[in-house]
Design a protein around this ligand. Sequence first.
Ligand SMILES: *Cc1c(COP(=O)(O)O)cnc(C)c1O
Length: 223
Amino acid sequence: MSNETLADRLIDLRTKIPADVQLIAVSKTKPASMIQELYQAGQRAFGENKVQEMVDKYEQLPKDIQWHLIGHLQTNKVKYIAPFVHLIHAVDSLKLLQEIDKQAAKNNRIIPCLLQFHIANEDTKFGLDFSEAEEILQSREFIEMQNIQIVGLMGMATFTENEEQIRDEFRNLNNYFQIIKSHYFKFNPDFKHLSMGMSGDYDMAIEEGSTMVRIGSTLFGSR
Ligand SMILES: *Cc1c(COP(=O)(O)O)cnc(C)c1O
């Protein structure tokens, strides 16, 4: 692995991911120079989990990079990324959605978002359960929002060796995705993204219907 360039690793990883599954290169903690290297190899979608780090990198790097905010987002920080963020993966409350809508309006744009579901058997991971998601989707506040668009769901599986458990969690998320699509977005072709799968479990996530994998360490090396 050490003699391989980042570009080699990207090419290798792409051969393992179907063409219709989007690869988000998770560049958190890694320097802008490494992102630039992958950019030159053709990668455009990068994922960060901290607002300040994403803003710093946005300022230094080519402006056609698509920045994906994949980590937990605090309402008071939405304003810093609202001008340029490509997709917010971890929306887990109506309050956060309202702030995104407000900041998107100020920037005269529509910000695409994913609802994060809690699928792991762990207390530490953020996310909504099914009824909380329905509560948001049925609320008058949500229906009246003009500057956000919900384009799919996101989730993280439990950190475990138990592959059956991971697979079950991805399958559950895909079930929620299908139900929510048919109940709330039946006639909306933009609701199509299922963001699931990381370095350790992306192959299973793809088998269970992922359309977007978020991969860091397999590409950039360990953090
Ligand atoms: C860090 C992170 C990833 C990537 O993790 P790797 O195991 O390094 O591939 C994916 N999704 C989220 C939400 C993350 O925080």
